[in-house]
Design a binder for this molecule. Structure first.
Ligand code: HEC
Length: 736
């Protein structure tokens, strides 16, 4: 790679909603005030267009990803409240069939829960008991799994007119019969020879279902496609970046590219061969009042703008933007770019919330869209035309000092020029990631799970980056020490954290914040009873007072959840359900942030109810001793080569410094490190490829993979030296 600029991250790796607005959930629902269910519901998954449009009038259900089209994640249910909280306990627990990360928001309709887990497997459960009704496994291959930046997660399904829609990791969009789980139609939405993946939840509007995709870290071109919900026939497609020749695609985006976006890109550079990025991998919101779809657009591919597009200084539309398109045709309406010419992985894919806020003339209500994207500014835009109303830092930032009169960030020049190493805040994982935020119209507050995790961007000292299938164009290992002393781990841990932030969007200021020691805590749910629920990486579900942030209730979970809770009511009982297990953007890469050893955990649905007396499931015990399985191998030069190769090829799945976050095996304790033949079988020849561990013999030499083994074993012994692991007995470590 022509890596004249190149950079590295200290920690390596790559790194929401109410048209309900006013009417939504301000008052306690009674049959009279809500008008009752919009219609009777005899069949499974019987969600009509009218029910979707009026979802907030049926708080007993959770009909769509964000709870309603405005995706406020605010429920009018009030049986769970401060007086009854002490009675809240486990109602039921469901254990998912396949391991790995879970991030989904369940959909609940007429007593059935539809939820997705790892590997895009869909589960239909009785919402009262957790009893399994059906399971659908789309059979994602290990090879497809290996294309993901951030695990085989899935953030949820959509349900409409008797069908359940799932975006499958390998790029399919499938409609399942809601009563049986059988496939009704299946569409391949991407070129499956390219590293596209789908982890986001589809959204349904006006008889259409829409899905985006991910993959910018490995090199793809972003777009969304809307399909006829009944037949799967394509209705329209909108690309987020031009094609390399800047020629029409025959897509809804053609006109705006010719008019505006093409000229913001040069004619050469890595974007012309590597897709340019701009993937819409998470948030797509239907704004019913304006009959438009809002797309949250991602980072550039590759990240490094100087490599991506060297001969223009253009904004690279529509990277890192919110784009509004016509719901019927996909035609462009407006856009707002949060990070022009993104070079730091500052996606604008984060959850968007629609609401009516008193921000119009003389305090009149104005319909707005709110987003807290990775770059650390909280944006409020007029939903009708995208006009910027306010942009206020909600997190500490080193890259910009504010927003200028044209609505553009005022960049700190050093953050872009990288004349010297630069500590980026927020780092590439963002001040806020996919974890949903919620909005309570009574308190007027938005509850955001925020992250602090700096990233160091630097020049690679003119060296070529090592061979890697990651496509972000910086060095991922520059300057790393071979050994990780306790002090350095301590410094890294103390530089990271997060908070549950209650943000007043009208005053554009924080109201209260609850700090956490680690980032990537769960999405939030707001209740009309004045509570906010959130699961955190410490493994608890916690209720906070929505006005003050006082912690009023908590219950243990298993694992380190990231998903957002939902609430619903069946047979007069209110439930609070959340996915427990591991899951969070790139949680895989950050095991080093955890003081205590983290171990693999199963995905589970935990449903709480008043009077629930269930017990917490036992954590998974894999029976893997935290001991080195091989004597030290090689010399320092070989181990250092291993570090560089590990950083470029293994850490985004197995964790920086070979410290796993618990999603995938911690290689330090792996029995596979014990022998040369065992290591080669897995690492070179792909013995575990069905699980997503592809052999690397085609890319890396035996010398490289031997060096990686030497590095991993060295990390194991260093952990023993730090007191983080046990030394094996004398005879346990066979000489190789
Ligand atoms: C795309 C993600 C991904 C990348 C990149 C990756 N791995 Fe893996 N690796 C996996 C998965 C998934 C498994 C677990 C398979 C299973 O469930 O058995 C695994 C398992 C392993 C195991 C077996 C561990 C055990 O005890 O069962 C070894 C050894 C291993 N990987 C080494 C490596 C090395 C070395 C690299 C870099 C050259 C690497 N991996 C890169 C996903 C990845």
């Amino acid at each position: 790679m022509n890596n004249t600029l190149g950079w590295m991250l200290l920690l390596g790796l790559c790194a929401l909603v109410g048209g309900c607005g006013g009417e939504q959930a301000n008052t306690k629902p009674t049959a009279e005030s809500t008008g009752g269910p919009v219609e009777a519901s005899p069949g499974a998954g019987n969600i009509s267009r009218a029910r979707l449009e009026n979802a907030s009038r049926e708080p007993e259900q959770w009909l769509t990803y964000g709870g309603s089209y405005d995706e406020t994640r605010h429920s009018a249910l009030t049986k769970i409240n401060r007086d009854t909280l002490s009675d809240l306990g486990i109602g039921w627990v469901y254990e998912m069939k396949k391991p790995r990360g879970v991030e989904a928001t369940p959909i609940v309709v007429d007593g059935t829960m539809y939820v997705s887990g790892a590997w895009s497997v869909v589960y239909a459960l009785d919402a009262r008991s957790g009893e399994e009704l059906w399971v659908y496994d789309p059979g994602v291959s290990g090879e497809a799994a290996a294309k993901g930046c951030c695990d085989v997660v899935n953030r949820g399904v959509a349900v409409y007119d008797g069908k359940v829609y799932v975006g499958v990791f390998d790029g399919r969009l499938e409609a399942l019969d809601a009563s049986t789980g059988e496939v009704v139609w299946s569409q391949v939405t991407v070129d499956q020879s390219l590293p596209y993946t789908i982890t986001g939840a589809p959204r349904v509007f006006k008889d259409k279902v829409i899905i985006g995709n991910g993959g910018a870290e490995l090199g793809v071109r972003g777009y969304v496609t809307a399909y006829d919900a009944a037949t799967g026939e394509q209705a329209w497609r909108f690309y987020t970046v031009p094609n390399p020749n800047k020629e029409p695609d025959g897509a809804a985006s053609d006109a705006i590219f010719a008019q505006l976006a093409n000229e913001t890109w040069g004619d050469t550079g890595a974007w012309t061969t590597e897709g340019g990025g701009g993937t819409v991998w998470d948030t797509i919101v239907y704004d019913a009042a304006n009959d438009q779809v809002l797309l949250g657009v991602g980072n550039g591919s590759p990240w490094n703008a100087q490599i991506r597009d060297p001969d223009s200084n253009g904004d690279n539309l529509f990277l890192a933007s919110i784009v509004a398109v016509d719901a019927d045709t996909g035609a462009y309406r407006w856009h707002y770019q949060t990070t022009p010419r993104d070079t730091w992985d500052y996606t604008a894919t984060q959850p968007m919330v629609l609401a009516d806020l008193p921000l119009g003339p003389d305090g009149a209500d104005r319909r707005v869209v709110m987003q807290a994207p990775k770059n650390g500014f909280f944006y409020i835009l007029d939903a009708a035309d995208g006009e910027l109303i306010s942009a206020t830092p909600f997190a500490e930032m080193s890259w910009a000092t504010g927003i200028d009169e044209n609505g553009r960030p005022i960049e700190v020049p050093e953050a872009r020029s990288l004349e010297e190493d630069f500590v980026m805040l927020p780092g590439p994982t963002g001040a806020h990631n996919w974890h949903p935020m919620s909005y309570n119209p009574d308190t007027g507050l938005v509850y955001i799970p925020t992250n602090v995790l700096p990233g160091l961007f630097s020049r690679p000292d003119g060296e070529e980056a090592p061979e890697s299938n990651w496509n972000i164009n910086f060095r991922e290992d520059a300057g790393w020490p071979l050994a990780m002393p306790n002090e350095m781990l301590g410094e890294l841990r103390s530089s990271a954290g997060g908070a549950l932030l209650a943000w007043d969007p009208v005053k554009a200021e924080p109201r209260w914040a609850v700090p956490f020691p680690v980032p990537f805590n769960g999405g939030t749910l707001s209740l009309a009873s004045g509570l906010v629920f959130q699961a955190n990486k410490g493994g608890e579900l916690v209720a906070y007072d929505a006005e003050t942030g006082a912690r009023v209730w908590s219950h243990g979970l298993v694992g380190g959840p990231g998903a957002a809770p939902v609430t619903y009511e069946v047979d007069g009982e209110q439930y609070m359900a959340v996915l427990s297990g591991w899951g969070s953007t790139i949680a895989m890469g950050f095991g080093l942030l955890f003081e205590d050893a983290v171990t693999p955990e199963l995905g589970r649905v935990l449903a709480f109810k008043l009077g629930g007396t269930g017990t917490l499931p036992k954590p998974l015990d894999m029976g893997i001793a935290r001991t080195p399985k091989s004597p030290l191998l090689g010399d320092e030069a070989q181990q250092l080569h291993g570090l560089s190769m590990y950083a470029a090829n293994c850490q985004w799945c197995h964790g920086a410094f070979a410290i796993s976050s618990g999603v995938l095996p911690d290689l330090r304790w792996s029995a596979v490190t014990a022998t040369d033949t065992g290591w080669d079988a897995v690492v070179r020849d792909g013995a575990l490829s069905a699980q997503g561990m592809m052999g690397v013999a085609d890319r890396l030499s035996k010398e490289d993979t031997d060096a990686i083994r030497a590095y991993v074993v060295k990390q194991a012994w260093d952990a023993v030296a730090r007191g983080d692991a046990d030394a094996p007995g004398d005879d346990a470590v066979a000489a190789n």
